[in-house]
Design a protein around this ligand. Sequence first.
Ligand code: MN
Length: 492
Amino acid sequence: MTIEQIINKVKENDPKADIDILKLAYDFASKAHKGQLRKTGESYLQHSLHTSFILAQMKSDLNTIVAGLLHDVPEDTEYTIKDIEKNFGTLVAELVEGVTKLSKIKYRGIERYVESLRKMILAMAGDLRVILIKFADRLHNLRTLEALSPDKQQRIAKESLEIYAPIAGLLGIWRLRWQMEDICFKYLYPEDYKKIEYKYEVEKKVERTQYINKVRNVLDKKLNEAGIKHEITGRFKHLYSIYKKMQDKGKRFDEIFDVFALRIIVNDIADCYKTLGIIHAAWRPKSERFKDYIAIPKPNGYRSLHTTVFGPNNKSTEFQIRTKEMNEEALYGIAAYWRYKMEPGEKNKKNYKQPRWIKEILDLQRQAENTYDFINQAKFDIFRDRIFVFTPKGDVYDLPEDATPIDFAYAVHTDIGNQCIGVIINDKMSALDTKLNNGDLVEIIIDKKRKGPNNDWLKFVKTQKTRGKIKQYANKSRLENLKRFIPKLPHK
Ligand code: MN
């Protein structure tokens, strides 16, 4: 890897970028790491360059890419944060310091695990770019895992799969998540990995390529006739998701891998819908598989049209239709955020909007009695798949899988939770312990005269937040009851 490659990548994303600062950072890093080698035998500087390149690929902003080059300087060389601040300014120095703090975790076993999760979450509350640098650093470390002892390989792969990858997903950086997962998969379950890789790369490859080309030819023609500029691609390879589906659903490879998937990138939103119309006219859609995430984006901001049709030979074929901007947001998530969502003069400020789940995690931390409680609950709440549930007004709430109407009610408002007496799910009266599904329309029935929650709800509610609210109410009323029994002392 060379600095020129990074400069080219940066220019590709932003032709006007100030590349002098990149060259300066490169000179600084090569001086600082001079003579240092990694376990792989390459120079240490290679690690800094790769980390920085991954950040450029993720379309991070320039400060982050510069900080990527410098991220191991304070930890591993005689230069300090102060030196970095003097040469590259406060923001770059803060980013590097954040990364340095994150990597100072020297615990072992479960403690290390718990601590690293806690520190990541705290760092997220600060500047999310610190996490991005840590992710890029980790991805390169995973790519060079070969050089470490089997013991360390297992530990790092496990930690990455259980902590880093899910957080990358939550931040919407899907590409990074998939890359990490496939490397970890290879180290943690080598036999399964080999089997699936063989099926995917060898057995199914010809069939897949032929089929996708066939669909592509038909569509190219129709879209060109309609004057729609477009780009059709297959999806990224992601072996771990195939493996997980096989595990979760107890199915064979062929049963999982029966859906072909294509992505169509067009110029604007109008073309997204026109393209959808053309696809539906060409092949019969499976009505239940159509999702309009452009009109109603997911709470993490994801936008795209999804549809599955009976394609050629009646094979299920899934399409994702989106604009270039939506595609970059979907692949790079929060990383691409600074490029699209910030005004030119604003690039150095930290006033980006945090996803709602980050706020939830911070609330959770305030409520928890100790770190272990917090970690266990956070793992439960955020590392499971989220579902998206709608209010009758069309507001969207994201909840953990298996959440109940009570969890939903408290997510909307504490009073709604406290006064909840019933629920209508998709126009049907339902029980309060019903498990909600993705896309459910949920209407909570309240009784304003109702004093508070039912303690029995604790038996089935799913989120810590709900549990906390119900207990809070119970404690408060116990205290009030108690007060009634304390005799008033006469004044002296
Ligand atoms: Mn590093």
